[in-house]
Each structure stands twice: as structure tokens, then as C-alpha cells.
Design a protein around this ligand. Structure first.
Ligand code: ADP
Ligand code: TRP
Length: 325
């Protein structure tokens, strides 16, 4: 079974990215021929228009993923554009994708609703994503909740192609962890780069601690009880805590007699400990850039081999290749 996912290098990864997507990548890895993960630099081009920044983001994304536990012995890690077959397949898929299907996709719809002009790249973004998924015969796509729609679009496009040209593509399924469906940000809204409310995974410990201590809370008196599930601080703490730690903290909320400063400190402590090993691993990879390049080159070669096979199958199916003599 092939597991595949991509993540955009549009900024440093935050807790929402980790608990919504990256943690699943790590849990699902095992054999590099089965688990494919890539840095979606072609998708990032629809928002990052600065060469140096895009390049830096790509390197950071690779180091972050390796630090967080993607293991090149257990997964194939590569850069999206190192597999040009994906772009070629995108065109074949575009020819069977109805405009209406893309008009309903949220990234484009939201931009249009805000009165902004969208370029063709943003409009066709889900087709490129479908090519990413289909070109490796992917069965399972671990993503956060907001990407389910795009995986369904990939399925629709694959079905249209199969219907028109005969069985060609595997129909993929999204894999979402419901426990971490929506990680809240420092303002209580969904954590997202676009909302400026993120806690990034590898932020300097001292800086992050300060950020956590500054999270705005309500003015509830110390002695009052509170439903923990309504407090973003508790929801964040829960992501890192064991079942017994969660229960202990929830009991404290229900009893009352605590201040938010105390919860913030517990959150800073537990998150720091949780990511300590990842921080060390990231630093090791960062000090060995040639190893990182080697990992990416090997990953791309393995991914390309599969992509070439599937692209050929699609080309043969729709007739762009002359018949074999
Ligand atoms: P951002 O919203 O910060 O730009 P992306 O859209 O690049 O993040 O998301 C990358 C991955 O992380 C996706 O699979 C997405 O569903 C997941 N993700 C992002 N933010 C969250 C969140 N707050 N909670 C859970 N998953 C998230
Ligand atoms: N669109 C995804 C995101 O913004 C990234 C992505 C690109 C992706 N291609 C993919 C995710 C293929 C899963 C499978 O998060």
C-alpha cells in the first residue's frame, strides 16, 4: 500500500502542521517504497514570489521533517519539482477536469470571494495535487482536515480519466486524525500561517516561552471552575500530554482554584520536552548539508522511477503515444 503526502514550503512548520499532518507521516512510515513524502515547492509558487525565500523555506522544510522523525530508511523524501513527470501528468488530467469542479475548491473560492484576482496556478492547484497523488499509485493520503476536499477532487479526476480511457489510476483516500482535526492558535482561532497566530515547532525555546505566556485569556476569577474543552490552552496542552496528565489537568479545571499563568507554564514545559529530541536531530542534519542533498537525490530517483511508469500508463491509455509497432 502506498502512502503519500506533500507539504508546502511556505513558512516554518507550526504545531498545527505537526499534529494535523506531519505526525501521521512519521507514524505511517515503515518501508521507503511504501511511504512517499515531498516538499510541494510548485504549489508554494502560487504564494511565495521571492527566490531566496522559497529556497530557504525548502531547506527548512526538509530539515524540519527530518528533525521531526521522517527517517530516510523508512520513507522516501523528495522535492516535488525533482519529478517532472508530475507536471506532465497535470496537463493530461486538466483535459478531463471540469471548470466547475475547480470553481468549488476553497483556496480559489475564498480568494475570489475577497475580491482578489487569482492566477491560473491557484485555480489549477487541485489538478497539480491530483497529479502528485495519482502519479505514484497512492492509496492513502495523510492530511489535515482542510485538505480532504482536494483529495476528493483527485479521486473525481481519476474516476473521469478511468471512465474515459479505461482503468489507469488507483483511487486514493484521505487519512485524517480526528483527535487533532483543528489545532487552535494563540488567539483561539485555527492555527495557521495566514492568521499570524502560530507556535512554530523549532522556534527558539525562550522566545516561544514568552509567546505562550502572552496568550490572551479571559478574566475568570482564580477560584472559578471551567470546562477545559472550551479553553485553547487546555486543548494545546492535551496534544502533548499522556492520558493521565490530561485527566489531572482536566480535573484541575473542573475543581477551579488555578490561574492561567500556571497552565501556560505547564504548556511551555511539556511542549519543550516533547520536541527536545527533534530539535537535536534537526541540528545534526543541519550540520551535514551534503547528507541532506544525498537523501533528497535518492528520494527523487526512487519517486521518479514510479512516476515514469504511471505517466507512461496514462499516456498509453489516452492515446498520445503512437501504438507500439
Ligand atoms: P497553514 O494554514 O499554516 O498555511 P498549510 O495549509 O500549509 O498550513 O497546512 C499543511 C498541513 O497541515 C495540511 O495537511 C493541513 O491540513 C495541516 N494543518 C494546518 N494547520 C492546521 C491546524 N491548525 N490543525 C490541524 N491541521 C493543520
Ligand atoms: N495542498 C497541500 C497543502 O497545502 C500540499 C500538497 C500538495 C499535498 N500536493 C499534495 C498534500 C499531495 C497531499 C498530497 O497542505
Amino acid at each position: 500500500m502506498r502512502i503519500l503526502s506533500g507539504i508546502q514550503p511556505t513558512g516554518r512548520f507550526h504545531w498545527g502542521n505537526y499534529f494535523g499532518a506531519i505526525q501521521q507521516y512519521v507514524n505511517l512510515q515503515g518501508n521507503p517504497d511504501d511511504a512517499f513524502y515531498f516538499i510541494a515547492n510548485l504549489h508554494a509558487l502560487t504564494t511565495v514570489r521571492d527566490k531566496a525565500r522559497l529556497q530557504q523555506n525548502m531547506l527548512d522544510a526538509v530539515l524540519d521533517l527530518l528533525g521531526l522523525g521522517l527517517d530516510p530508511e523508512k520513507a522516501t523524501l523528495f522535492i516535488q519539482s525533482d519529478v517532472p513527470e508530475v507536471s506532465e501528468l497535470t496537463w493530461l488530467l486538466m483535459t478531463v477536469t471540469p471548470m466547475g469542479l475547480l470553481e468549488r475548491c476553497h483556496a480559489y473560492k475564498e480568494k475570489k470571494a475577497r475580491g482578489l484576482t487569482a492566477d491560473t496556478g491557484l485555480f489549477a492547484y487541485p489538478v497539480l495535487m491530483a497529479a502528485d497523488i495519482l502519479v505514484y499509485d497512492s492509496d492513502l493520503v495523510p492530511v489535515g482536515e482542510d485538505q480532504i476536499q482536494h483529495v476528493e477532487v483527485a479521486r473525481d479526476i481519476a474516476s473521469s480519466f478511468n471512465y474515459l480511457f479505461g482503468e489507469t489510476f488507483v483511487l486514493p483516500k484521505a487519512n485524517v486524525l480526528d483527535t487533532s482535526a483543528k489545532v487552535p492558535g494563540t488567539d483561539g482561532a485555527k492555527m495557521s500561517k495566514s492568521y499570524n497566530n502560530t507556535l512554530t515547532v523549532f522556534e527558539e525555546v525562550k522566545v516561544q516561552r514568552k509567546k505562550i505566556m502572552r496568550i490572551v485569556t479571559d478574566s475568570r476569577p482564580m477560584e472559578d471552575a471551567k470546562d477545559p474543552e472550551t479553553d485553547p490552552l487546555y486543548l494545546l496542552y492535551k496534544l502533548f500530554a499522556s492520558a493521565s496528565q490530561q485527566k489531572e489537568m482536566a480535573d484541575l479545571y473542573w475543581k477551579g482554584g488555578f490561574g492561567y499563568g500556571q497552565i501556560k507554564k505547564a504548556l511551555a514545559d511539556i511542549s519543550e520536552a516533547f520536541f527536545a529530541e527533534a530539535r537535536e536531530r534537526r541540528a545534526q542534519y543541519e550540520s551535514n548539508p551534503s547528507l541532506v542533498r544525498e537523501i533528497l537525490a535518492e528520494g527523487a530517483a526512487r519517486a521518479r522511477k514510479k512516476a515514469a511508469e504511471v505517466l507512461r500508463r496514462a499516456q498509453d491509455a489516452c492515446g498520445v503515444n503512437l501504438p507500439k509497432k
